[in-house]
Design a protein around this ligand. Structure first.
Ligand SMILES: [Fe+2]
Length: 312
């Protein structure tokens, strides 16, 4: 009896050690990522959110699975987007665990990160410097210490927003940041490029709010952001934060040619809709549409969720 108990404990210990080292699981190669129309795709990227990396290496290794899966697939993706809650507690060791993974991957040319409330709710000044330094490093840009930036690629523009003050759940966007958003969207539209606005927190009254979470929205500037977005065309706002898997409210049209898409949480349990973890989207931009295909990067499998948004 005693031997059986000790053996069981030893097995559990080894299992957790192997899991934490990422030895046990790795994406399968049986169901690779395949773009719908490789010849005509104008931009293709992967998007995940709420990775909540903590001191344990398990979650950082699940992020590595994205890179392994993309490389296994031999697919040419232009970027990876991570829409905030990079860390669980905003600790220096958590940022280091993630940034070590991001700095040493060779699956994507570009990685775009956004700050989330878990990154900014503690040690704001220190963490904002860590995050903006990493943004600069990953994209070879200079945000001048601001947690927002834009990045133009062939086929689309990314505009990443972030809180400029320590807040527990919501975000504070200054008038300067709102003006920046408006100007960058105007430029994108003038160049006939779709714009992807990445912001950790969702807009008020989208994706089941406030019913799914009374205080789960962007906060005081939500209406101003919505007005700016809807005064342009071909804008896709992408948020995380809600920890909801795909369900009928995960995608909404804010006005013609302007949409909001909620990303599921990558490493934590999803509360609504699809409960599968380690999922995100492969996003493909074509002349007249943007397609989203859900992918389980840890398993290396497509998930049966796809949708398409029309460009005008
Ligand atoms: Fe989160």
């Amino acid at each position: 009896m005693l031997i059986a108990t000790v053996a069981k404990k030893l097995l559990a210990l080894l299992l957790s050690l192997f899991l934490s080292l990422g030895i046990i699981t790795g994406p399968s190669t049986a169901d690779p990522i395949v773009l719908k129309d490789e010849e005509n795709v104008e931009l293709a990227f992967a998007a995940i959110s709420d990775i909540h990396v903590n001191a344990d290496s398990f979650r950082a290794n699940r992020v590595s699975n994205v890179f392994t899966d993309v490389k296994n697939s031999g697919v040419d993706l232009d970027a990876l987007v991570i829409a905030g809650d990079l860390t669980d507690n905003g600790l220096g060791c958590e940022f280091k665990a993630l940034f070590d993974v991001l700095d040493n991957q060779d699956a994507f040319d570009k990685v775009l990160i956004a700050s989330g409330n878990h990154d900014a709710r503690n040690f704001y000044e220190k963490n904002n410097k860590l995050i903006t330094d990493e943004m600069n490093k990953l994209l070879d840009i200079d945000t001048e210490g601001k947690p927002y930036y834009s990045y133009k690629m062939d086929g689309g523009v990314f505009i990443v927003l972030g809180t400029e003050k320590q807040e527990f759940e919501r975000a504070y966007l200054s008038d300067t940041q709102l003006q920046f958003l408006d100007e960058e969207l105007t430029k994108a539209q003038a160049e006939d490029l779709p714009a992807f606005v990445i912001c950790h927190q969702p807009l008020k009254n989208t994706h089941g709010l406030p019913d799914v979470w009374k205080t789960g929205d962007l906060g005081d500037q939500s209406e101003q952001v919505r007005e700016i977005l809807t005064s342009h065309e071909n804008v896709i706002f992408i948020n995380g934060h809600l920890h909801d898997g795909y369900y009928e409210k995960s995608v909404c049209e804010l006005s013609e040619g302007v949409y909001s898409v909620n990303l599921p949480t990558y490493t934590k349990d999803n509360d609504f809709g699809g409960i599968e973890k380690y999922v995100g989207y492969i996003v493909e931009v074509y002349d007249d549409e943007v397609t989203f295909s859900m992918r389980n990067f840890a398993k290396g499998e497509n998930v049966d969720v796809t949708f398409s948004l029309d460009l005008v």
